[in-house]
Ligand binder design. Structure first.
Ligand code: NFS
Ligand code: SF4
Length: 655
């Protein structure tokens, strides 16, 4: 049992929190102790959308409110608690969708530049996926070169962001029934940018004042993220950098090396980090590192950039979101390179306690106290080498106050949709048939996507690991992305051996036969789009209903903190998936809005939200939902038989 007062279940994290305190270095864990969340803002009851406010409309404490009292609880403009809560919620969706999608746009721009031969150092790595996408989008292949085809794809992808009318192209990937539901509800996204802008318009003072209508636009923008911006990011990154396939790597701060130049890549976009991977292997750079007394150059990642280069190059993971400052506290990081998203502004401050150079690389994300070396897509390798050089030159400045924790754990990553298809179905007839069959016969009870962040308001990594263990114990195959995957990787759940140790007998049997872990790492948070594709493939393979909402699946983000997580949750829910969040829930200031998200929304979309802080209880909610779906499909009996067989076998063994 974890010590309830501890800040983390991870030993490396605990050690470095202690070291930070000794070094007098203020970190997020300290700040979270010093500042409690605002009780009004945290439930969505504070509006600051205009200069008449901020207006606070908190629920009265300790007594039931009469409808008249509730009607009086309004902002200066008359906005009700419902409107304010819904506006805040959909603005979170706008923020999250914008972040994922602007990342996707950046990829599309680079993709086009590469196709036009204007971005040296990059090339199209996955020809097969390029041609598949060309077929899907009706782009002529004939005897045209890859680059000619890629120009058309890049232009079409970029046009998705500014499309004024019609439907996003990837919407047609969803099961037909799902598409009909979205059309019926009027939420099929047009251009990605348009949906985000429309949220900002409708949540401006005095515009949309109907929470239901606001949430509808939130859905449209969230779908524009999951089936638009994020999916474009994943697909084009795969074509450009290669579609991931299983590989072995390691996770946790123990991957830092005492005698090598340590460079941490942190943030989200793989565009530049792909080049840093290349620059770090450059013989000239290695020579330079040796001349400074280092044995080599060691790259490791934090947050989703880490996941991107892990998935495609096996670069080890230094840690997840809440370990970013702690990486610097080791005293062994010579440079930390950041691009966009999830980057603590305190990093340059923490770096000052040690010797680390913080390097910003995006014109969109600068920081006081950091060195800015801008990512130049036309000559990315030069920027990358400049960064590596800076780290090398900083290596001799390492002080003696160094502590690299011992913790590092093996993991297998690289489970793209294509890989799962191939691993389960075999080279000549890739398919989801074996997965579906094992779900139907009950060996696999269902599938869960467990994703999302860390949040210092909850014990670091605890909920991820507890939830995932509970799920696999109950024969639920777990798909993961983001910081959640890193949490369970540290706990040793991302290796095939974890099946025998932690999984239920049915799931373990399947994992052992195929040779996969019971928990599959599918990549960064934009790669949640891979989970949508996997779910759709399972539907299309047959036997499990005709929509995502028929599948025995569930989703969760037990330690979420980011607006991106809310956008992801909303597109999962409205794609038909029951989704549970932990830590805190941002609409409880309005009973109507919360009831709608937790109940009413299911009637429209077949999926709904839930909030449960206890990870075991949350896992049970997911399993209950999975069992409900199994019963509706009429496959619950099969599972009973499987369990009966197991019990009989055990009995026989005991005799
Ligand atoms: Ni996802 Fe990735 Fe981590 Fe949360 Fe941040 S890194 S995009 S947002 S904290 S999982
Ligand atoms: Fe207050 Fe209305 Fe202005 Fe919001 S928009 S700050 S509720 S007056």
């Amino acid at each position: 049992m974890a010590d309830k007062k501890a800040k983390s279940i991870d030993q490396a994290t605990i050690e470095l929190i202690e070291k930070a305190a000794k070094d007098n270095c203020n970190i997020a864990f300290d700040r979270a102790d010093e500042m409690k969340p605002c009780p009004i803002g945290s439930v969505g009851s504070c509006c600051k959308n205009c200069g008449m406010g901020p207006c606070r409309v908190p629920l009265p404490r300790g007594k039931e409110e009469t409808p008249e009292e509730q009607m009086k609880r309004r902002g200066i403009c008359g906005a009700t608690a419902e409107t304010i809560s819904a506006r805040n919620f959909v603005r979170m969706i706008a923020g999250g969708s914008a972040a994922h999608s602007d990342h996707g746009r950046g990829v599309a721009e680079l993709f086009l530049a590469v196709a036009k031969g204007e971005a040296s150092g990059y090339e199209i790595k996955d020809e097969q996926k390029l041609l598949q996408l060309a077929l899907e989008w009706g782009i002529e292949i004939g005897d045209r070169s890859n680059n000619e085809i890629a120009i058309d794809i890049g232009e079409k992808a970029l046009a998705e962001f500014g499309k004024q009318e019609g439907e996003l192209l990837f919407i047609s990937r969803a099961p037909l029934k799902r598409q009909e539901i979205w059309r019926r509800e009027g939420v099929v996204p047009r251009g990605i940018d348009r949906e985000v802008v429309e949220i900002m318009h409708r949540t401006h003072m005095g515009v949309d004042q109907d929470y239901d209508n606001l949430l509808k636009q939130g859905t449209r923008a969230a779908l524009a993220d999951g089936w638009g911006g994020s999916m474009i990011a994943t697909e084009l990154q795969d074509i450009l950098f290669g579609t991931p396939s299983p590989l072995l790597s390691q996770v946790n701060l123990g991957v830092l090396k005492k005698d090598e130049v340590n460079i941490i890549i942190h943030g989200h976009e793989p565009l530049l980090s792909e080049m840093i991977v290349a620059a770090a292997q450059d013989p000239q750079m290695l020579e330079m590192a040796k001349s400074k007394g280092a044995k080599g150059i060691n790259l490791a990642g934090i947050c989703c950039t880490a996941n991107e280069i892990l998935m495609r190059h096996g670069v080890p993971l230094a840690g997840n979101f809440l370990q970013q400052e702690l990486a610097l506290v080791t005293g062994a990081v010579d440079a930390m390179v950041v691009d966009v998203q999830c980057i603590f502004e305190s990093l340059p401050e923490v770096a000052q306690c040690y010797h680390t150079k913080i390097v910003t690389t995006s014109y969109k994300a600068k920081m006081k106290g950091a060195t800015h070396i801008e990512f130049e897509e036309h000559d990315a390798l030069t920027s990358a080498k400049e960064i590596v050089k800076l780290a090398i030159e900083n290596f001799p400045n390492r002080g003696s106050n160094i502590h690299i924790p011992e913790e590092k754990t093996d993991l297998i990553a690289g489970f793209s949709h294509e890989t799962i298809n191939y691993l389960l179905g075999g080279l000549f007839r890739a398919s989801y048939r074996p997965l579906n069959e094992n779900i139907i016969n009950g060996r696999i009870r269902g599938v869960a996507g467990v994703v999302g962040c860390n949040n210092p308001r909850a014990m670091h990594d605890e909920a991820h690991v507890a939830m995932v263990k509970e799920l696999i114990k109950n024969d639920v195959l777990v798909l993961q992305t983001g910081c959640s995957a890193m949490a369970t990787a540290k706990a040793g759940l991302l290796v095939p051996e974890a099946a025998a140790q932690y999984a239920g007998a049915g799931l373990a049997e399947v994992c052992e036969t195929v040779g996969i872990p019971p928990v599959l790492h599918m990549g960064a948070c934009v790669d949640n789009s891979r989970i949508l594709i996997a779910a759709t493939a399972a539907v299309k393979d047959g036997g499990l209903g005709d929509d995502i909402s028929d599948l025995p699946v569930a989703g969760a983000a037990p330690e979420w903190m980011s607006e991106k997580a809310i956008a992801i949750g909303q597109y999962f829910v409205t794609s038909g998936v029951f989704t549970v969040f932990g830590v805190t829930w941002p609409t409880t200031g309005s009973k109507e809005v919360t009831d709608f998200l937790f109940e009413g929304i299911e009637e429209k979309y077949g999926g709904k939200w839930a909030f449960e802080q206890d990870p075991i209880k949350a896992a049970r909610l997911m399993i209950e939902h999975i069992d409900k779906k199994r019963a509706a499909l009429g496959i619950d009996k099969a599972r009973e038989r499987v369990l009966y067989d197991m019990a009989m076998r055990r009995e026989l063994d005991e005799v």
